[in-house]
Write a protein that binds this ligand. Structure first.
Ligand code: DGL
Length: 288
């Protein structure tokens, strides 16, 4: 040992393992970019199941089966913590994943009803989410815990996930859909809107333009990244602060299309993007 080395330089190697983040598609990149921004020293693996997007209209059991296989894939790639960066998968699978993989720390998405209830003055809050998210027990439990005295205006948004997957954040057809989905919320006097699908934060600038500056639009991603940091600290799994995080992306769709989208949505070019393929109920890597 040289005289310059610090005794504190002995690092638990698990701290260098990546954080796994998954979604049905590019939506979870809204969460991933916050994790990469707040925790730039952490390695990550992002998994987009674009072969199956959208998850929202699917049966809960099917979403659970996909989620469980993706978690197994991420664990085979040594992920130390898994972020279910998808409200729909969190609604369908989070509880079961925690039972199936009891040793794994999970951070999931739950609709941000709590901050919305604290913020609203009109006591009316619009919630944008997929059908599966509204059906799940998780949503019912969040409503029961945090929405006392608040009227929630639940709005499903068919087609919006597909628009984001196509990179159409501001196109006439996207704006038309947004007008249609936001009108009932505005007509009922909501002053707060919760984005309860991780694809929707990419539409936040368009949404804010439509609803006006007086309405609070809540994107939970910064809070999720803070929660990831807290869990890593609690479990002694945080990477050394001086490390520069490396990022790998997997998609079950077309890696080139994913690369273009990542450039468009997260201003990232030259990313390490690989293809994963479903073979029956399990996942294999291609061209890695
Ligand atoms: N990004 C997702 C969510 O947060 C999934 C949307 C979908 O695939 O339908 O709900």
């Amino acid at each position: 040992m040289s005289t310059n080395s610090h005794p504190t330089s002995i690092t638990n190697s698990a701290t260098l393992y990546p954080i796994g983040v998954f979604d049905s598609g590019v939506g979870g990149v809204s969460v991933w970019r916050e994790i990469a921004r707040q925790l730039g020293h952490e390695n990550t693996i992002y998994f987009a199941d674009q072969g199956h997007v959208p998850y929202g209209p699917r049966l809960m059991d099917e979403i659970l089966a996909f989620s469980s296989a993706i978690v197994r894939f991420l664990l085979e790639h040594r992920c130390k913590l898994i972020v279910v960066a998808c409200n729909t998968a969190s609604a369908a699978a989070l509880q079961t994943l925690r039972l199936e993989f009891p040793a794994v720390p999970f951070v999931g998405m739950e609709p941000a009803i709590k901050p919305a209830a604290q913020y609203t003055r009109t006591r009316k809050v619009g919630v944008l989410a997929t059908p599966a998210t509204f059906q799940g027990k998780l949503f019912a439990s969040v409503v029961e815990r945090f929405a006392a005295g608040v009227e929630l205006i639940d709005q499903v948004c068919p087609g919006l996930v597909e628009q984001v997957e196509a990179g159409k954040l501001d196109s006439p057809d996207t704006l038309e859909m947004l007008h249609k989905y936001l009108s009932p919320i505005l007509a009922q006097g909501a002053d707060t809107i919760v984005l309860a699908c991780t694809h929707y934060p990419f539409l936040a600038p368009a949404i804010q333009r439509i609803v006006g500056p007086e309405i609070q639009v809540i994107d939970p991603s910064p809070a999720i990244a803070r929660q990831v940091a807290r869990v890593l600290e609690q479990k002694n799994l945080a990477a050394p602060a001086k490390q520069v995080g490396q990022h790998i992306f997997y998609t079950t769709g077309d890696p080139q299309a994913f690369a273009r989208l990542l450039g468009h949505l997260a201003h990232r070019t030259d990313s390490d993007i690989r293809q994963a393929k479903w073979e029956g109920a399990s996942l294999n890597v291609y061209n890695s």
